[in-house]
Design a protein around this ligand. Sequence first.
Ligand SMILES: Nc1ncnc2c1ncn2[C@@H]1O[C@H](COP(=O)(O)OP(=O)(O)OP(=O)(O)O)[C@@H](O)[C@H]1O
Length: 324
Amino acid sequence: MNMATQNMAARNSVLSLKSVYKRFQQTVALHDVSLDVPSGVVFALLGENGAGKSTLIKILTGYESADYGHASVLGRDCDFESMEIRRKIGYVSDAPALYEWMTPPEIGWFTSAFYPKGFLTRYQQLLAEFNVPAETKIKNLSKGQRAKVALALAIGHDPELLILDEPTSGLDPMVRRQFLESMVDRAAVGRTVLLSSHQISEVERVADWVAILHHGQLKVVAPLEELKTEVQMVTATVDSLGSVVPVPRGEVLTEVHTGRQIRWIVKNLPDDWRDDFPPSAGATKLSAQRATLEEIFIAICDDRATRPVVEDDAALSRPLEALS
Ligand SMILES: Nc1ncnc2c1ncn2[C@@H]1O[C@H](COP(=O)(O)OP(=O)(O)OP(=O)(O)O)[C@@H](O)[C@H]1O
């Protein structure tokens, strides 16, 4: 993220993490994570399984504490004001706990006691929109129907900030679409949505901002459009296996070798990047194209991508210091 974008996010941020560390026994779940989420956007948190997404969300909602660093939501401290935060925001966890013996209307009526007037009416409208059966007890609802109840409970009070941990898993394609559209609508009226997801195509459709976590570290935070325009995939074919070719200038996120082909994912590739590959460089068929979000995600999160796939021992000694 460039400095101007970073400053903009920090100025209007609805949530903020500063140098947050979290460890579970030997597992480092979050490592020096700093993040500001601006208001009025759909902000997607991407990362491989175990990257630390749920841990980050649990710290924001006060279900876990950071070992070090500071987290705040809507200006409130996540450690000391978590009850207040949970009342203000909407939150759906990856496994929502609901009162199993109640019916959907009953749980809405029960929950309405914690929220201002207007909650129940809105909740009931959402249940009707989502076609949730009113007479069935929660324990007998399908996975998708449960997810709809949890979502209706989370947005019934029209929260300024909605936090969703993998919101669309278990939803059918129609509801998934309806649901994602409603996220965009929320952002359009100034509400903020933070969602974690593995569904890159969905994120690409709805997110304004994207953050990518990898092994507990925040690798990318940027507006989606900026990411799409600033990151490119450079491809070169090497003349012979094991030849040492230059690395393109710019910020090389990763390098992948497949036979004679090398692919680099590069941020801020200079216009004159081809000058780095004179005929003597041993690389031909040079091309650069914009990288898709999926390509960027894989480049950052697939650990195999940072290790060259080689077919002879000589190539193993190729210098990779330029890669982080
Ligand atoms: N309570 C816990 N005790 C021990 N380890 C934990 C605990 N919670 C999380 N972890 C570990 O911390 C790491 C991050 O887990 P987290 O659930 O935040 O990942 P995630 O990005 O949400 O993954 P997924 O996409 O699979 O849901 C994992 O290695 C996980 O095993």
